[in-house]
Design a protein around this ligand. Structure first.
Ligand code: PLP
Length: 404
């Protein structure tokens, strides 16, 4: 019997963050304990649970029978609460143009389907969160990476952006704070970017701000709040700042200061209706997070920041690793300075895993061009676990330096 063919487009999809989990799972099955610093899931580490009042609201929705389909764009009270939250960030968001989705990931797929065509392109940061590369090609589009400067805090290279912008670029992606680099873009750079985008009237700015509550610099701004001319789609949700990634809930909020998005809005709404709705009980849980007590947020962020500071100190003391300190999120993108590993970051990750049972993600998985020679480290584990992980990395680097 002939095997049934799969689509070519699926064959080219890769997700580095989960790809390295396969060998780690094999080691675990053989009885080894792995220190996993690979995944940006706060629930994978003890100490940062989903806030109890959000969990209670989710459970209450389940128990009181709110288990039916919700309206396709989200329950009205949640859309209103999200709009209010975005207004607090400085722009006139309206509930009618907030669309609740199954995470930012679904929002992206719907946005790409609504805007991109054969021959269109999107500009995304290099390095970037992998779906920005994987999904656009499903719609015949191409992702072009603009350079983040690994020698200067991973800030945007505006010359590179200007060289790569053209009329086929329909979406420009700003991930702020950035995954995997943890860099934070402030007002001056957002304004400079908007000035460039003003010259391209068919282009929408996609502002992925899913880590906005984890800004250790105090300089983060909502891109929509800076724009009076360029249309902006803001993305956010429960996964990171509300510590509930398994709920699969996020949103896109449209800012259309020059009234040019009517066709795109219509396309988005058609696509949203055709996939029915996001999870209903999860929406009630998110609503409790947005409307309830938020004092816990600063406490959680402080803990994550302390863990970041510990990693900075260890990397500073270690030979073989170099870092542009992250200003936000819970990632650091660490440069491998030993030539052998700089040339093959995936070999570093796989060998470190085999020999020391520490799991990181290779930088080339976030961008072969701009991420190679790096590894991404997630600093969500507590300091004791991080200490163990850094001791092992140090041992590994030293051993291989002397045997090289
Ligand atoms: N956007 C960025 C930049 C991310 O890093 C991630 C997850 O790591 C997501 C979106 C995923 O968001 P969600 O869980 O809402 O699909």
């Amino acid at each position: 019997m002939q095997p049934i063919p799969a689509s070519k487009r699926a064959g080219s999809i890769e997700y580095a963050i989960r790809d390295v989990v396969v060998p780690a799972t094999q080691l675990e099955a053989a009885g080894h304990e792995i220190i996993k610093l690979n995944i940006g899931d706060p629930l994978a580490y003890p100490g940062l649970p989903t806030p109890p009042h959000m969990v209670a609201a989710y459970i209450d929705a389940l128990q009181s029978g709110r288990n039916g389909y919700s309206p396709s764009y989200g329950i009205p009270a949640l859309r209103a609460a999200i709009a209010e939250d975005e207004r607090r960030k400085g722009w006139p968001a309206q509930a009618e143009t907030v669309y609740v989705c199954h995470g930012v990931t679904e929002a992206l797929q719907i946005l790409f389907a609504a805007v991109l065509e054969e021959g269109s392109s999107i500009l995304a940061p290099g390095p970037h969160y992998p779906p920005y590369m994987a999904y656009p090609q499903m719609y015949g589009a191409t992702t072009v990476e603009y350079r983040l400067d690994g020698k200067d805090g991973w800030c945007m290279d505006f010359d590179d952006i200007e060289a790569k912008m053209n009329d086929d670029v329909r979406l420009f992606v700003l991930i702020n704070p950035n995954n995997p680099c943890g860099s934070v873009v402030g007002r001056t750079d957002v304004d400079r970017l908007l000035t460039i985008l003003e010259g391209y009237p068919k282009c929408i700015l996609v502002a992925d701000e899913i880590y906005d509550g984890l800004d250790y610099t105090g300089t983060h701004v909502s891109a929509a709040s800076c724009s009076t001319t360029v249309p902006v789609v803001t993305l956010n949700g429960v996964s990171k700042v509300y510590y509930a990634p398994g709920w699969r809930l996020g949103y896109m909020a449209l800012h259309d200061p020059t009234a040019r998005m009517a066709n795109v809005q219509d396309a988005l709404e058609r696509l949203l209706r055709s996939r029915l709705c996001p999870s209903t009980p999860a929406q009630w849980g998110y609503l409790a997070g947005l409307t309830g007590d938020r004092s816990w947020m600063a406490r959680y962020a402080r803990r994550v920041q302390d863990q970041r500071d510990y990693c900075l100190q260890r990397i500073d003391e270690m030979e073989g690793l170099e870092l542009q300190a992250p200003g936000g999120a819970f990632y650091m993108f660490v440069r491998l300075t030993d030539e052998r590993w700089a040339k093959d970051d995936k070999a570093f990750v796989l060998q470190l895993l085999q020999e020391e049972h520490v799991l990181l993600v290779h930088g080339s998985g976030f961008s072969p061009e701009f991420g190679s020679g790096h590894v991404r480290l997630v600093f969500l584990a507590d300091v004791e676990v991080l200490k163990d992980a850094f001791d092992r990395m140090d041992r590994f680097l030293t051993r291989h330096r002397t045997t090289a």
